[in-house]
Design a protein around this ligand. Structure first.
Ligand code: AMP
Ligand code: GLY
Length: 425
């Protein structure tokens, strides 16, 4: 069998999960990561490239015999890394810059949804602060203020009152989210449980992966500020997402990919739909142009697939649902974060107990913000440090295993939510 050398871009728990699954494939050749983290660098070599520089990534891949570039995060996609890699004749997993606008611009995504007839919150978009302020005063109640561009999951203000909405507008227009906030979307507030659905697509065939539910707030009980995600479980049980809801979500993903196709944009890679399950059925909160983090850390462990073959098929236009199947068990992942996250936090704390935790039944510990010191000890190097994922035959058992493993890991300032998945029980 031909082996394919792989360059994976990114440094989070999502990328560690992707790397471990790619490494399982009999087709995987040499594995490189840029920039990687303490866990990824135990199984792959560092590639000295800036992941956000399309020309640099493409040139390095070409010089080093790479056959597949896998892009983890959104920023390189929006910058055009996939376009440059494909132009160099190398397969890439991840959408083109045009297609990645589904995540890169909320207004672009809203327009595609409108053309595709996909249900989402009613919205208006503004570049003028006074006009936006007049609109939220007119709404005189709950609404959601979103910076249009990429803001690392932080550019969304869910405002219960006009005052909160006005302060959200002030943050956007005064530059709290950089250029991402120069266009602002104000939308209707939706209510209901949230559900994520990832799908792989080659631009024509759309293969839904398992459902999952993220926990975005920092503290127990969904309190505190929004984060990149503090924990997640998969699949979402039927009393939360019915078979009918799921069919509607899959239909929405298919309609969006087809709409982009008829607009002349081939979307290939992973499309991530964030949904609110409202009384009128699922409505789209957002699309992302990549795998979710931490959703990937509960979806991939239950998936049986040759990920190298599957990713190459997404690039070549030969994806088929028969390329994957699913375990019947449940997965729960708890994020261990640094004290202070999502605000300022300290790095460089010694991490103990990862091997012990990882040797427990059903447990995989994915690294997010970690690095290896020169002497090989593991140090914290980010806000989200580790994702402790457990699979188990029941939801309750997976959850029990995850929390028992969290107790075995120690670093100064370790914080985590103790109620991941509590709602699904
Ligand atoms: P987004 O990055 O657009 O998914 O927004 C982050 C979070 O803000 C979502 O996961 C929701 O919890 C919340 N949110 C976003 N849009 C809305 C909306 N229209 N109604 C209610 N909550 C929302
Ligand atoms: N877990 C949310 C995201 O990946 O955007």
């Amino acid at each position: 069998m031909d082996k394919t050398n792989i360059l994976l871009l990114g440094a989070g728990g999502r990328e560690h999960a992707l790397l471990m699954k790619l490494a399982e494939s009999p087709r995987a050749g040499k594995l490189y990561v840029a920039p990687g983290n303490g866990g990824m660098l135990q199984i792959a070599q560092a590639a000295p490239v800036n992941q956000d520089d399309p020309a640099e990534v493409a040139a390095w891949a070409k010089e080093n015999g790479i056959g597949l570039v896998v892009v983890g995060p959104e920023a390189p996609l929006v910058e055009g890394v996939a376009d440059a890699v494909r132009a160099a004749g190398i397969a890439c997993f991840g959408p083109s810059a045009d297609a990645a606008q589904m995540e890169g611009s909320k207004e672009f995504a809203k327009k595609v949804m409108a053309r595709a007839g996909v249900p989402t919150a009613a919205y208006r978009s503004f570049t003028d602060r006074a006009a936006a302020e007049a609109y939220v005063r007119e709404l005189a109640g709950p609404c959601v203020v979103k910076a249009d561009g990429l803001a690392a999951g932080k550019g969304v203000i869910v405002a219960q009152t006009t005052e909160e909405a006005l302060s959200g507008l002030a943050q956007c227009f005064e530059g709290a989210f950089g250029a991402a906030g120069s266009t602002v979307v104000v939308e209707e507030m939706l209510e209901g449980p949230e559900c994520s659905l990832l799908a792989l697509t080659d631009g024509t065939t759309v293969v839904p992966l398992a459902t999952s539910q993220d926990h975005k707030r920092a503290y127990d009980g969904d309190l505190g500020p929004n984060t990149g995600g503090m924990g997640v479980y998969s699949p979402v049980p039927e009393h939360v997402v019915s078979a009918q809801d799921l069919a509607a979500m899959v239909d929405i993903m298919e309609r969006v990919v087809a709409q982009l196709g008829s607009d002349g944009i081939t979307y290939s890679g992973c499309l991530y739909g964030g949904f609110m399950l409202t009384a009128e059925g699922p409505k789209v909160l957002e699309f992302n142009a990549r795998f979710g983090d931490p959703e990937t850390q509960v979806v991939l462990p239950r998936m049986h697939a040759d990920l190298v073959e599957t990713f190459l098929a997404c690039d070549k236009g030969t994806l088929s649902p028969s390329m994957m199947s699913w375990d019947d068990d449940w997965a729960v992942s708890v994020v261990l974060a640094s004290a202070g996250y999502p605000g300022a936090y300290e790095s460089g704390k010694h991490i103990a107990g990862v091997e012990d935790a990882a040797s427990q039944e059903g447990i995989t510990v994915y690294h997010a913000g970690t690095r290896l010191a020169d002497d090989g000890t593991l140090l914290t190097a980010g806000g989200r440090v580790l994702d402790v994922t457990a699979v188990g035959p029941t939801f309750a058992e997976a959850r029990r295993r995850a929390y028992a493993a969290c107790d075995l890991i120690d670093f100064e300032g370790k914080q985590y939510r103790s109620d991941i998945g509590a709602r699904a029980l």
